[in-house]
Design a protein around this ligand. Structure first.
Ligand code: PMV
Length: 337
């Protein structure tokens, strides 16, 4: 049995704008997906994802990887999860030159599904690394990231940036601008996540921004402004000491940019009542700044707060189902022993 894990992420800055070539800065956080694989001689793929949703479920399918699961798929999220796993298996088979191999696969994750924390990317990244290793091939994290991007690109019909998969594979803070991906230094930022228990429809949200941007110069300017504030944020991170806790001045400056970023995302129509409520609860609790993370429409917000106040306040916010501190994950994909 080979097990690999990979972290989820929050966007410090730049989601949606990254789709149009602007830079984005996602940061990996210590919430992981773990994928265990065992090759099978009969070419079949069996997936057990009992711990993937809060309700719990198990799905099993047989046949080749080209076959659709021959089970009732209980939720759209599960359906999406199986597609990602399937695409990861394809990539691993290709990378290891073993197109016929089957696998028993177990997926566990403590990343809320489809909520802007990069759950699918983490599953794909961990899955590719585990499956290739099980076949005796070791890919470097950059190659895992490239293949994971291809897998996501396929499942999402070409609507994927490299941000989630690269961040999950590499860990830490990263910068993504088109095809240009790199890790950057960042101090240990005190992220607090709020989760409304829901999920947004990424495809619909991305399409909505695309239409707005095509139809209105002011929407195109809004997207460009997100790029500008992201570059400003990058300058702040580059000037900070990655080894020491960030001081209040840096947190205030980053927080101000996060607030601005949320306002622009709201203007582009990708926030929601619950996301706005969590953002305001964090601000009122004294967070340095707060914004939605990921595609929006529902799901998660991220705030910067070194104290317990934001986590506590979110706990009392009706729209928030769960709040938790999320440390920067300096390690990306890794083998679990
Ligand atoms: O919700 P997530 O974590 O899948 O992030 C989507 C981010 C977008 O910029 C909206 C789309 C993308 O592929 O970058």
């Amino acid at each position: 049995m080979t097990t690999c894990s990979a972290p989820g992420k929050v966007y410090l800055f730049g989601e949606h704008a990254v789709v149009y070539g602007e830079p984005a800065v996602p940061c990996a956080v210590e919430r992981r997906a773990r994928v265990s694989v065992e090759p099978r001689a009969d070419g079949r793929v069996r997936v057990d994802a009992a711990d993937l949703s809060l309700d719990g479920f198990t799905v099993t399918w047989g046949g080749g990887v080209d076959d659709r699961p021959d089970v009732d798929v209980p939720t759209p999220l599960l359906s999406a999860a199986t597609e990602y796993i399937e695409a990861a298996v394809d990539q691993a088979r290709e990378a290891a030159g073993a197109p016929e191999t089957g696998f028993d696969i177990t997926v566990e994750s403590d990343i809320p599904l489809g909520a802007g924390l990069g759950s699918s990317a983490a599953v794909v990244v961990a899955g590719i690394d585990a499956a290739t290793r099980a076949l005796g091939t070791e890919l470097d994290p950059e190659e895992v990231a490239r293949r994971a991007y291809r897998a996501e690109y396929e499942v999402q019909d070409g609507q994927a940036s490299r941000a989630d998969t690269y961040c999950s594979a590499m860990g830490g803070a990263v910068r993504v601008e088109g095809d240009d991906t790199r890790t950057i230094d960042a101090p240990p930022l005190p992220f607090v996540v709020g989760y409304d228990g829901g999920a947004g429809d990424t495809g619909r949200l991305v399409a909505g921004v695309r239409t707005l941007r095509e139809e209105h110069d002011f929407a195109a300017d809004t997207v460009a402004t997100i790029g500008d504030l992201t570059r400003e944020g990058e300058r702040l991170l580059a000037a900070a000491d990655p080894e020491t806790e960030p001081d209040d001045e840096l947190l205030a400056e980053l927080g101000q940019l996060m607030d601005f970023n949320h306002g622009l995302l709201e203007a582009l129509g990708v926030s929601s009542r619950s996301l706005d409520a969590m953002v305001w609860a964090a601000r009122e609790a004294g967070a340095h700044g707060s914004k939605l993370t990921g595609a929006g429409g529902g799901g998660c917000t991220v705030a910067l707060d070194s104290s317990d106040e934001t986590e506590h306040a979110l706990g009392y916010t009706a729209e928030c189902e769960q709040s938790f501190r999320a440390e920067l994950a300096t390690e990306g994909v890794r083998v679990e022993v």
